[in-house]
Design a protein around this ligand. Structure first.
Ligand code: HEM
Length: 161
């Protein structure tokens, strides 16, 4: 058995880093539907803080995770001569879409949902407004699309169709 060349070893560590960043950056987002379903059912007073947690996680975990995924992916694509392959171009597109949707839709909508939930709870009555429901629907729709995009991208990265 020959020792792996140093470059090959580094490639493998960067590949591990790439996959770690995927898990750390995107893992928690798959739990959001459960977190919000439990919060809404058990104690709606938790909703403002849950939305704050949601956009804080996006800022501190999802966006930095995405940057590491992108930087490590670019190294792998360069070192492994994969730039012209479909799975890399798909991955680049997915990274751009995820960054854009998180920045332009998810974070601002979660902030708005936090404010609307605070307002509706302060008004009493026990019902959340149609405006709040619309913000939640937007978060659910875009969140589901992002989760599916992450899963399809993992599939393409692993299978390399
Ligand atoms: C949402 C974005 C991404 C996800 C979820 C993702 C996920 C993954 C996963 C799970 C692997 C391991 C597959 C395996 O080794 O079998 C992988 C490998 C890889 N990814 Fe990504 N990736 C993403 C974005 C990118 C980007 C933007 C690039 C390039 C700029 C990239 C380039 C690569 C390369 C070159 C490999 C290594 C292929 C190999 O040596 O087997 N990825 N990715």
């Amino acid at each position: 058995m020959s020792q792996p060349a140093p470059a090959a070893a580094l490639y493998d560590y960067i590949l591990a880093l790439h996959v770690m960043a995927v898990v750390v950056g995107f893992g928690v987002t798959f739990a959001y539907p459960i977190i919000f379903a439990v919060g809404a059912k058990r104690d709606p007073r938790s909703l403002p803080v849950l939305h704050r947690i949601e956009y804080t996680v996006e800022r501190l975990l999802v966006n930095p995770g995405l940057l590491v995924v992108l930087a490590a992916g670019a190294y792998l694509a360069g070192k492994g001569h994969h730039w012209s392959e479909f799975f890399v171009q798909w991955g680049l597109g997915a990274a751009v879409v995820i960054g854009a949707v998180v920045g332009a839709v998810m974070i601002p909508t979660a902030k708005k949902a936090e404010q609307l939930a605070e307002r509706d709870l302060a008004a009493g009555g026990g019902e959340m407004s149609a405006e709040y429901q619309a913000a939640v629907k937007r978060l659910t729709t875009f969140g589901t699309l992002l989760s599916l995009l992450v899963l399809v991208t993992i599939l393409f990265m692993a299978v390399k169709p």
